[in-house]
Design a protein around this ligand. Structure first.
Ligand code: TXA
Ligand code: MG
Length: 347
């Protein structure tokens, strides 16, 4: 399949002036697959009303069919077609955080969306992205768009056009190049089918941020890695680079210089650079141990990068302390490393 590339970066103010905008609209309406930028990661979009289009998403990604998709919308009015259960609390959170990096799982009203979107569940995840290009595309196409992250299943999510191209060129109808995703981690997924709500996948909208809007609205314990996770997607191996990678804790002195560090990469905050052996590869994760925003933004780019670089055989990834705002990145890092730890004190 020939994958079309549309570079719309200089049409960000008004996407309707992009010469090939009608092609994009038409392909979505005819059941094609087009990757589009969002503020979290790129999504692989298809018409959520069209079973055949949604089937192609699973095929292109190699995704297990029991893993449901998030439906992307541009206006709250679209929700009445396919969801129920928008309580005052849910509405308040939507008003507060949308458009933005949070998805809400709601009871599904059957008969409107095609059945494959929800993977056989009676609930549906929805999100209204804030990305200026992604949002305009959704407005213009004016369909509910099912969109998982635009990567091959099991690979790190794409935060740049190049990442999408690498995984999906030749497998989908087109890719909209809309620059680098600002957030860099997938949206928070909040299960609102019962109260208190449950965080099914942590993201940059944190528990504290949600509870600042509605106190005590999040169920106390959430186990993202249990056998029966709320989000089916959380049970699959995910986000993993090909290069062996370990989570690095207790990195507080220079390792032993007798070892061969040449083909090893240390992915750490700049404040810890002085501990990195001079013959090792240093990759800057963020400014300091508090700079979670930059680490979120860069993580997937770095995971892609270490696979592309042929001077790295093994990587050590700095582990953050457990806090409200590190829940998302630690969740992804644990998956990327398959929970393999290495202790800085023993290096
Ligand atoms: O930021 C994002 O959410 C990106 C962009 C493109 O919007 N999308 C994304 O989609 O990350 P995906 O398909 O890679 O991840 C969706 C997650 C999966 O873990 C899935 O199992 C879960 O949401 N999910 C979707 N619908 C669900 C439902 N009805 N109940 C429970 N979990 C659900
Ligand atoms: Mg994904």
């Amino acid at each position: 399949m020939n994958t079309k590339i549309w570079d719309v970066r200089s049409y960000i103010d008004d996407i309707t002036t992009f010469p090939e905008i009608d092609d994009i609209k038409q392909i979505y309406h005819q059941g094609g697959l087009i990757a589009l930028p969002t503020e979290t990661v790129y999504g692989l979009g298809a018409n959520a009303l069209d079973d055949n289009a949604v089937k192609k998403i699973y095929q292109a990604k190699g995704r297990p069919s029991d893993n449901p998709l998030i439906v992307h919308i541009h206006s709250l009015e679209q929700l009445t077609d396919f969801t129920t259960g928008i309580t005052d609390e849910v509405y308040l959170l939507m008003k507060h955080f949308w458009p933005g990096p949070i998805s809400f799982i709601l009871p599904l009203k059957s008969g409107y969306l095609c059945s494959k979107v929800s993977g056989g569940l009676n609930s549906i995840a929805v999100r209204m992205p804030s990305h200026r290009i992604g949002r305009q595309i959704l407005q213009l196409v004016d369909l509910p768009i099912a969109a998982p992250s635009a990567n091959l299943s099991g690979k790190p999510s794409p935060t740049q056009f190049d990442h999408v191209y690498q995984d999906l060129n030749g497998r989908i109808d087109g890719i909209i190049n809309g620059d680098q995703s600002e957030e860099g981690l997938e949206s928070t997924v909040l299960d609102c089918t019962s109260f208190p709500f449950k965080i099914a996948r942590p993201g940059s909208i944190t528990q504290k941020m949600i509870e600042a809007v509605i106190p005590n609205s999040i169920a106390a314990t959430t186990n993202f890695d249990s056998e029966r996770p709320i989000a089916p997607g959380m049970k699959y191996k995910h986000y993993a680079p090909q290069t062996p990678i370990y989570l690095l804790r207790n990195f507080r002195h220079q390792p032993n210089y007798d070892k061969l560090w040449e083909r090893k990469a240390f992915i750490v905050p700049a404040t810890l650079k002085s501990y990195v052996p001079s013959n090792a590869q240093y990759i800057e994760l963020c400014d300091d141990e508090q700079d979670i925003k930059t680490a979120n933004h860069r993580l997937y780019e770095i995971l892609h990068l270490i696979d592309r670089r042929d001077d790295i055989d093994e990587a050590y990834l700095y582990a953050f302390e457990d806090k409200d705002d590190t829940a998302a990145i630690m969740n992804r890092m644990l998956k990327a490393t398959n929970q393999l730890w290495i202790d800085g004190d023993t290096l």
